[in-house]
Design a protein. Sequence first.
Length: 401
Amino acid sequence: MGGQRLKNILDDQASYPAPGQLSAMEQRAREVAHELNNLAAILSGHIEFIFFEQKLSLELEKELKTIRSLSQNLASLARQLLHPDNSPPKAKKVLTELSTLVQESLQVVSPQLKREGIKLWVIHHQPTISLLLDPDQISQVLLNLYLNAQQAMAKTARKVLSIETGQEAGFALVKVSDTGCGIPIENQARIFYPFFTTKAQQSAEAAGGISGGSGLGLAMAKRIIEDHGGSIKVSSQPGEGTTFTIFLPLNAASAHDNGCCPENDLPPLSTSTKTFRLQGRRILIIDDEPSIRQIIKKALKLQGAKVDAVGAGSDGLRMIRKKNYDLILLDLKLQDMPGEGLLEMINSTLPESARPRKIVMSGAAADSNQGLLSSLGVSAILCKPFELEELYTTISATLRA
């Protein structure tokens, strides 16, 4: 399973690079990112099937949406590990009530805060502030700040996390304050840099709770907020605590002019009941993650496709030589060979008239050489994790082409 492989990678202390071996660190980050992305894809797939197959209570549906949001955050972290200098994914902005978003994000961490003995104070200075934003991305920022605060208060006697929302000079603001150990002055200007961490130099108490992580959380937070036209500031006194302040533009009035809709008007999360024309289509899945193979196979069989699934490129090549397929759905990062190499072998094995259509799956679509893939007969690239309807739509369009 992806989770076990990820544990093995992180537990392999002997292979951690020595200081200065950046290329080795980058390779390790890519391995971790691949497994994180697989885990996010597995979570998303199972959640969609629950929505598809079950009649859910409103409370359970709300909990599942929270889990889905967390899986999207996991995928975003994986992308940042692969591309720390890139911008976050394009924001999917909807009109969102700020205090509701804060309360929902706090529900995710409140059990942890309670276990740690952390008191929670929440003040909304204006009862209603509606903003045009991506709720998943802003929740990701808030969760990162809450968890940083929790870590900062691990060894302090007084443990209080306070959240304030309000307005100031044309901006909505969210303040996240803790009574933790604070951040040393010399680190405050650098905490938003990608991969900045003080783990190797000092303890978490002295580092304000930011050590021990990937060094990407606050860098991602800054980019997400700036992508929303806002800013994030930090103020901290060592030994007293830290406050992060998020400023977001008050632009709710333009929401409907931009074709956006209020969050409550969005369709419920579910897999579309639309029928796609896959009846009788023969499809081969090649992916080294068993859970992903299982989810995709189940999804395609629900649409009437005849599906085989294997975990190794060599097994996929063997199946292609034995059977005629309409489509191959191929992960680019396989254990036994690169996906591009397998595509070349497929093309050299079969005459052009007998070659199936090809769709590749990748957690790092930006890394893919699209010109090379196109020359190898690839019709589309699916970026993991993807929703089932995106899978269906892409396959249907490819088979119709």
